[in-house]
Design a binder for this molecule. Sequence first.
Ligand code: GLN
Length: 546
Amino acid sequence: MTKYIFVTGGVVSSLGKGLTAAAIGGLLESHGLKVALQKFDPYINIDPGTMSPYQHGEVYVTDDGAETDLDLGHYERFTTAHLNQHSNYTTGKIYDTVIKRERRGDYLGQTVQVIPHITDEIKSCISRVASGDVDVVISEIGGTVGDIESLPFLEALRQFAHDQGRDNVLFIHLTLLPYIRAAGEIKTKPTQHSVGKLREIGIIPDVLVCRTEHDVDDEVRDKIALFCNVQKSAVLIEKDVEYSIYEVPLVLRSQGLDDLILKHFGLKHGSGNIDPWLEMLERLRNPTCEVEIAVVGKYIELTDSYKSIYESLTHGGIENRCRVRVRRIQAEDLTTGDAAQHLSGVDGILVPGGFGDRGLEGKIRAVQYARENSIPYLGICYGMHAAVIEFARNVLGLEGASSTEVAKDTKYPVISLLDEQRGVEDKGGTMRLGAWPCDVMPGTMVAKAYGSEHVSERHRHRFEYNNEFREAMVAGGLVISGTSPDGKLVEIIELADHPFFVACQFHPEFQSRPVEAHPFFRELVAAALTKRAGAVPALEREEVPE
Ligand code: GLN
């Protein structure tokens, strides 16, 4: 029988519920259990696909083409679970289903209400991911206890636990233990209040994960246990990790969280095998060298906007036993002046995905700098569009070449709307989304990186390489190293006379894992290392600057 873990949060947002849920998933997998992970987001948008990265951070795309919350990226990086359309539900998506049902007349004359109709739909969303041989479902509830918009979700969880039996459900609540400097004390009152709020709804948490920046002594744990009515062994301290988010599973394991969960559910447990994870951490913590990679983007101020990109660069570093330092560059800043001013000294350049005209010219300058100075380059989606435009303008001499996304009447539309996108008017969920097969041309740099000629990669775009220019570009030296199996869509390009210049229409960052970097990130870091040959290994320095 499937067991259910619900992860809620109190006191403040941004406590790292997603990371904690992902880490728990990884720990349970280490005991041989099959997990499914899911996130509920209490906002009205059907999905985050239409939201600005400034509002919401990156949009993470699943194999089946769902545009989802960035926490799902953590779920896939910490576990082997494959997420799908059912892994992320928003209030909007749930209401949409219920309202469509009402319009069809499925409620047969009833008044449709939050309870039971919305809460019933939330409960069926939880059951939906429990299909097959899943041992444990982990559902995270976005937002903070006490928010008006979280209420239907929490009520649904309470009912769900009632329906399933308390032994089959475990409530984990994350809270914050603030440190008041003037008093020199860690404070537990906000935790008590947020647990109180949960109890008002009828949910009694089984485990408290207390987030803190400081060490917490035993007395504080005793107090939390007593006042919040939780076993002391179930009061866990999740102090900010020193080095990497990938240490979180160890922090929880060292306090026995996995054993506690298995015992609660009456599941068989052994010692759990986390060796591959430990080996990965050992490589991460002990780099022998370092490189600096520039990420040139439009939403560069917020690290959440390119979450999976930054994580993937770290993964590339892990495989090469190399510390990857990222130089974040606002693409607009490259539009004028000397590109070298911003880019000199970097060992690699990455241009991530994006939309619209702000910053595009700067991205094109970054590509030019990478191409002309033989700096390893990885272009992702819009970063491929920028690379194609740059090649058209500066190698083929097609002045004013551009993408019809930003220049409808360009004389040389080297990037243009996908045929299937013509006539599409709705913005939400209508891009070319999800995993598509790609055939890789033998003998190319990319084929060597993959070690395979048939791959599957995740997409999120409306515009695409324009085949009208294919012949001219190939004649000019551009290598088309990957296409859709019918050969019609150009999915990957590279340059032959360059140490590493690869650009792809898809998002390799969605399939990169700490224990196995995506080949493009592994090779980008390797090429950056080669470029930096002669660099002083990090460990030989007195101090590695942050
Ligand atoms: N704006 C481009 C398109 O829609 C690229 C999208 C992206 O980078 N994800 O095709």
